[in-house]
Design a protein around this ligand. Sequence first.
Ligand code: CMX
Length: 462
Amino acid sequence: MLRSTVSRFASRGTRVVTQRFASTKTLKETLQEVIPGKQEQLKQLKSEHSQTVIGDVKVENIIGGMRGLKSMLWESSVLDPNEGIRFHGLSIPDCQKQLPAAPGGKEIIAESMFWLLLTGNIPTEAETRQLSRELAEKGDLPTYVEKLIDGLSPSMHPMTQLGIGVAALNHDSVFQKAYETGIKKSDYWTYTLEDCLTLIARLPALAARIYRNVYKYGAAAPPISKDLDLVGNYTALMGYGADKDLTEYLRLYISIHGDHEGGNASAHTAHLVGSTLADPYLAYSAALFALAGPLHGLANQEVLRWQLAMQKELGDNITHQDIKDYLWKTLKSGQVVPGYGHGVLRKSDPRFIALQEFCDSRPELLASPTIQLVKKTYEVAPGVLTEHGKTKNPWPNVDATSGCVLYHYGLTEFKYYTVIFGVSRALGALTQLVWARALGLPLERPKSVSMDALQDLINKGA
Ligand code: CMX
């Protein structure tokens, strides 16, 4: 049974009527129940342990990009170097078993992952459907953003366009407007949550519009369907709605790539910018520009570029020795092998493994020359990178395969791949933004030192 509620945060006079499944709690109501416990936990940590020492700061932390330095709170996930990511303690296989899928689908969907990240609870089927519906109802882009995006040059990188579009959406930020009118600190999170939901809801329409403008001569997209989940709508808006396998792949990819604790460049940027009380649109657009760097989110397009160049140079029937030689050629020319290595992980990335298992369950993917090359490279690259001796982690990360599967499915425009990552990472980065406001986390402001100041500290034996 459905009943209707009108969101009190409906922006710009638009009445957003959310269909609610009777007896089902909304995401906000669930979160409201969880917040007091976490606030109490933080209060206790502050009052009882503020001065407890949990580690040292070494010179290598300061000059080495703060690797390994435990210096920020991040509630939704923790990354273990050997086990990989866990979302509120759940591994990717746990999530695959427990989180609701789309009707008729098998893979995790963004809504169930977002619910888990935000509340720490597994949503029911009905809660997941209700959230899908709420997002679909909020998913249309305002006309001013459509016009802005349509006015950008198709030759501008899709990630630049995505960042611009997300920043422009802040025109309707309910947090910003409420802040201007003077709201209580304890209410920050409710307005932030409303903005985060609207932003997640609008990302598919924005990202798909960019895709159509850049690659399909601005062809019109179908309307958002109230009966589809977020990713179902995203593929439909891009023009791939009929491809059920691609949609299932993207559901999995977008869910498991949504959060990777807080220190990675995009998540950390969202947290840093959000800590100034910038609204979620501004915080997440900043994160997207961090994601656009080749050592981070752009790696998925780089992997494919590298693989295709290898395929072109080596032709058919590529042997392990051919790949070995090609890897050495890459390394000797001073380049990194894209898709391998990681700032924290020290084993094969479980996200890589989950995507490989998706391929293993589909004969047509196993027969794809691109996927076969990913598999063969995996058999050779860790040995070569170990012999090369530089990287601390010779194993593949998620990007070693993510773009190659998209390529097989006909989504061949690899400059677009990081945009899909950008749709995904919103799940984790925006979750933390809500929690940062609910917990009243302060403005981030670490101490920097010059090399002379560092030398002085060393001399003093500090
Ligand atoms: N190929 C060649 N050299 C590599 C390498 C790779 N795949 N990975 C690391 N190295 C090198 C580093 O460049 C560094 O060299 P220098 O000492 O000359 O600077 C050295 O090995 C040590 O690096 P590290 O401590 O093992 O790794 P970092 O934490 O510095 O970097 C990462 C991590 C991901 C940037 C790096 O492994 C890399 O550039 N990989 C390829 C790009 C890639 O796949 N990025 C996707 C990351 C996934 C994500 O964003 O989530």
